[in-house]
Structures are given as C-alpha cells and as structure tokens.
Write a new protein. Structure first.
Lengths: 269, 168
C-alpha cells in the first residue's frame, strides 16, 4: 500500500532526531560571573578566560570524526518476514540472507542474496501464477545516523540495486464464456525474464543478546526494467515481490561475526 | 528499554501484515470483446445508427439474441468463441421497409488466433485475439474495415461496418 505521508513522517522524524543530536553536541558556555575587580584586572581575567576557552576548543578539534574503528566486523542476517507471512497464507516469498560490513559504525555496505518463489492462486480468481525458485541479489549500503553514540544498535537509511533472472507461467487458467457456453482450462508456456530494480531503505536494528540482533526495514522499490511476454507481465518477481507493490518490509535476525574490533572505542584525549 | 523496542518491533510486524492484507480490486474489463461500429459508405467519417437490428451467433446453443430488434444501434459487441478460431454472427434487419424482400440478413465471420493474457493479480486472465481476416455477405452491408487487429480488454472500435445511406 502506497502511503507517501508515512515516508515524510519518517523523514521528518530523522530530521528532528538529527537536529536534537546536533543541539546536544553544542558546546555549553558558562557565563563569567561579574566581580568587583578593577577594570584592568577584569581585562586580564577576561583574556585568561578567552585563552582557556581557546585551549578547550583546540582540544575539541582533536576529537576524531569517528569513535568506532574503521572495520567494526561483519554481520550476517536472515529475513524472517516471508516465512512468517507464509504461515499466514501468503503464497509467495523471498527467503534471503545478507552479509554486511561495519565501516566506522557509520557505513554498512551490504550484499543480500536469496531465493524467490511463488505459487499464487487467488481463490476468487481464475489462474495460478507459478514462479519457479530463482536466485536474486541486491547490492547497496546503509548509513547509520547515530554512528558516534556508542550504541551497537542503529537507525539507518540506505540504497539497494537488485537483479534477478527467473521463469514463470500461468497454470489452471479457467475462462468462462457465458454467451457461447464454453469453459476453457489452459496453461501458458514457460516464460523467462530478467528484472532489475532500485530500493530506498529505512532500517532499525537493536542488539538483543551479545552478538545477536533483531531489526526491521521498510523499503520502497522501484522497478527499473522487467522483460514482458505475450501473455502479460509477471505477477511476482523474485527479490522484488508482487510487481504492483511498491513497498516491502523485512524483519531480520542477525549475528555479528566475531571479527574486527567492534568493541574497541578510540579513547578521547 | 530494549524489551520495549523488541515488543515495538513485533507490533510493527503485525501491523505491516494487517496493512498488506488489503486488495486493490479490479477496475478493468475482465473480458476482451470486439466492437463493431456502424458508418456510412458515402460519408466514411460519419457514424450512423440504424433501427430494428437483431444480432446472434451461429451455433450458439440457445440461439440467444445479443440484439433483439434493437433501435438506434450504432455499435455492436460480438464475443468471440474461446473454443474455436472462427466465429460467425448474423445481423438481421427487421425494418418494415424491407419486409417485402423477406428479411435481409448479413453474416460476418471472424477468423482469428487467441491467446491468454494476464491483466493483473486482481483482474485475472482473459483471452485476447488477433484478427486474421473478416468475411461477410453483401446484402445490406457494403464493406468492413479492420481498425485494430488485436482485441484486448480495452474498449475500442475493432471494426467498422459500412452501409450505403441514400441521400435526398
């Protein structure tokens, strides 16, 4: 279901969170209390205070941009959304795992690979859409807004590029002809197609226990290209989902592989 | 705090599932039926309407009429057979002026190939047709022009039937 207002709500939330973070990072200036010293002495005190402030500023400029190390480790995640949805009757799914690198706990290059399949037979309609199991892959990266807050959890936005090659057909097509009184039951020949698309991702992930994580992502998918056939456009595209659905969600569990030095933080001087 | 986030995640998943259950419905034609429009031979751009016309398919089980002595007929819809590659229709003219000539009938035969076409998840699959030729008698009907050789679920003029219309 396409709801542009929700996207703006999320964007505004991130903007507000960023502003709050920026405000929190502002240096607190302590006002100099007035005293009864002579004017010359007050000038000397003021000059000394200014020098102290400058020293503090110099120290602050030495603070590294990133508290986390360059390579923070690898994260392996699995998407649970499709298996759970299958339990509730959904007749298609994308079953995928992802491998993600942690760069400064700020950038997360990611590779997602999976298997998409469908056997979709809407009860009130006259066909069964069959998409044979097919591999798909997505490449992209996430950007964590809270990379310096010392938390292992994150809120991120990201981009993906996905592609797949797959085969599909419609089976058990039943077409009634009320005027001529005939009922036909046919299937189309097997069709092959290639599809590729882009995604905008909003993701949230929390650490639940040691190296185990849980999170979700909302994705807006935009189909860049997909082969069509004489018999119509494919209904389900592996990795993309139903062709007419722009939004998708993943619900992931993840395990941080014990690599790199994710727990070591650079000590501030 | 962490447990609240986890519970929030689970609630979100349930909400997403509930939202994703909706169906947008079908807002398109769920059949592909050719449309024949009536025109004047001597004024080819002028659409005409004729009275007292009946239309039925040859071989239809109950000889049921698609038009029964209809008035002001300017278009006719002629569903094609899904179990054959030809379909024939009879156009019967029941005007009183023609009663002395018994009834003038015209027969139109469609020759075509058909293929299933998936419209959408909600609308399902229909048969589309590619017209090869159209044969017809010339009793009242002067000529036939094919406007588009593909019959889809989009409502559009498929053929034009031209009749000679006497002028004063």
């Amino acid at each position: 279901m396409y709801r542009p207002n929700n996207i703006w709500r999320v964007v505004l939330t991130f903007l507000c969170a960023s502003i709050v973070q920026l405000l929190a990072a502002q240096r607190v200036v302590t006002p100099v209390e007035s005293n009864d010293l002579p004017f010359e002495l007050q000038k000397k005190e003021a000059a000394k205070a200014l020098a102290d402030t400058a020293a503090v500023d110099t120290a602050q400029t030495k603070e590294p941009l990133h508290k986390a190390p360059l390579f923070g480790g690898l994260m392996l995640t699995a998407d649970l959304a499709s298996p759970v949805m299958n339990l509730f009757g959904t007749q298609y799914g994308n079953y995928e795992v992802a491998l993600e690198a942690d760069i400064y706990h700020r950038f997360f290059p990611v590779v997602e690979v999976g298997l998409g399949t469908a056997r979709y037979a809407p009860g009130e309609n006259n066909y069964t859409y069959v998409c044979n199991p097919a591999l798909y892959a997505r490449l992209g990266a996430n950007y964590n807004f809270f990379y310096n807050n010392g938390s292992e959890s994150f809120i991120a936005v990201g981009l993906r590029y996905g592609l797949t090659g797959f085969s599909y057909q419609w089976q058990d097509i039943t077409i009634d002809d009320p005027y001529w009184g005939s009922v036909d039951n046919i299937s189309t020949p097997q069709q092959r197609a290639f599809a590729h698309w882009g995604e905008i991702v909003v993701a949230l992930r929390v650490q639940v226990y040691h190296n185990f994580y849980m999170g979700w992502s909302g994705r807006y998918r935009l189909l860049i290209g997909c082969d069509t056939s004489t018999y119509g456009d494919p209904y389900f595209i592996p990795g993309f989902g139903p062709k007419d659905a722009g939004f998708a969600f993943t619900y992931t569990i993840g395990y941080r592989l014990p690599l790199g030095n994710s727990k070591k933080e650079i000590k501030l001087p | 705090m962490k447990s609240k986030i986890i519970i929030g995640n689970i609630v979100l998943l349930i909400l997403v599932w509930l939202v994703s259950c909706g169906s947008s419905g079908c807002y398109e034609n769920r059949s592909s039926i050719p449309i024949a429009a009536l025109y004047a031979t001597n004024a080819p751009t002028q659409a005409i309407a004729i009275d007292s016309v009946s239309l039925y398919g040859i071989g239809v089980s109950s000889q049921s009429l698609l038009l029964d002595c209809a008035r002001q007929v300017s278009t006719m819809t002629m569903p094609l057979r899904n179990d054959a590659d030809t379909t024939s229709y009879v156009i019967r003219y029941d005007m009183k002026a023609l009663s002395h000539t018994s009834r003038y009938n015209d027969t139109i035969t469609w020759v075509y190939t058909r293929y299933p076409y998936f419209i959408s998840g909600d609308c399902g699959v229909v048969f589309n047709y590619v017209i090869d030729t159209i044969c017809h008698t010339h009793n009242m009907l002067d000529s036939v022009a094919i406007m588009t050789d593909e019959v889809t679920n989009v409502s559009q003029e498929t053929i034009r039937l031209y009749y000679y219309v006497p002028t004063e």
